[in-house]
Design a protein around this ligand. Sequence first.
Ligand code: KIV
Ligand code: ZN
Length: 516
Amino acid sequence: MAEDKVYIFDTTLRDGEQSAGAAMTVEEKLEVARQLERMGVDIIEAGFPVSSPGDFEAVQAIAKEIRKPIICALAHANPLAVDRAGEALKEARHPRIHVFLSTSDIHIMHQLRKGRDEVMEMAVSNVEKAKSYVEDVEFSPMDATRTDPEYLYAMLKVCIDAGATTINIPDTVGYTTPAEFTDLLNKIQKNVPNIDKVRLSVHCHNDLGMATANSLAAIAAGVRQVEGCINGIGERAGNAALEEVIMALHTRPDYYNVKLDIDTTQIHLTSKLVSDITGFSVQPNKAIVGRNAFRHASGIHQDGVLKDRTTYEIMDPQSIGWPSSELVLGKLSGRHGLKSRLNELGYQPTDAELTRIFENFKELADKKREVTDRDLESLMANQRRTFDEVYKLDHVQVSSGNHEVPTATVKIVVPGGDIKTDAATGTGPVDAVCEAINRVVKIPNTLTEFSVRAVTEGIDAVGEVTIRIESNGQSFVGRGGDTDIIVASAKAYMSAINRLLSMGDVERPAEAVTFA
Ligand code: KIV
Ligand code: ZN
């Protein structure tokens, strides 16, 4: 009989980070892992240790610090990959190694270029190797939904015999449909004789927009572990959005009748954190976490909600941690008031962080009479700097107009502490600012994305700018917020440059300054 608890397996730090341009630093991954622990996820897939020294370090750091959830490391079916996963997990309290290997003929013939028997032996020997490091081993037959079912059953049987404790069925290319997936999962449960010895899991991609529906169909078919990413990020069109799966199970107990150990009130904060760190904005109409998810625009809907919330709301916004009221702070608010509102919003800044946020808050309150919860969220996002600030923007000034050549002057604190000033013209004020910064930092890059978003309504809104740059085929994101969008753009560009210097394949200037 199937257990009634559904285990939530978060792969934001592994498959999510595989999204083009979502690279995170080790410190950022730790911050996400801490928040996932607060949210109560059961398993955190922290990375793919053999893929890079950075991934190894991140898995190691998360394994050392995060104690409640299972910490999982990915390995392809290769002895070196399994060794690296085992080493990275040494200090984990609850370690798991996740071994994967392609099983569809398309992958076996065109990518692995081996025979089916050899592939089966590789899977078995690497599951056995993983078992020599940890008790908890997951096996994934990659591209399972395009695999010959008879071969799939045989593969799963031998991997369970070899010691796998979780069998994960990935819809690697987002190909299946809910009915077809249900059928496959029923057949697996019927045709793999030892399947009752393991927990069955699914891992769905969203290429056809069906990742959440497929994951939920799997749960209805008896699967008890579901894998996905916060905000649905991940390879290509992404993975199943965990917040959607969780809230579907939470909102429809009458239909799914399963238990979860998730604190759903942490969802809003987790979504914000992942979006701030990766630079992937959440679309306004995104289910559960989009800005409009609980907004009622039409008169009839507003009338209904005012009379009784349940007329048009199937979920209470507070159940996902949406701030209950838009409390407003102002320039007379003190440090204590700021701290307690931040705590109410779910943030736990350290004293040093609070000092920095308070300074920024005072500056903002001087420009804008009312500082809302959304402004505070933006301040929190902007103060988060988990990569070295090699260069620091000190001053920016721009002149532009319909009969002028846009010209920017910047002052930048450079490694060693000196201030360098330079100026440039550009096709527009933002271009001029970036050119002026380039003249100081001299790091070749291409700007590939620029977007501005108003955090709050009104003419005095804080504008949040996201800039993505590319260098040596890698992409780096920077964000900046200010009531002046040119200043916000300068901050965003500077932060993208600093991230490139922290994580990219470029030489850093000799002395990096550390700013408090
Ligand atoms: O999509 C996929 O098949 C994967 C595996 C590594 C599970 O991410
Ligand atoms: Zn995947």
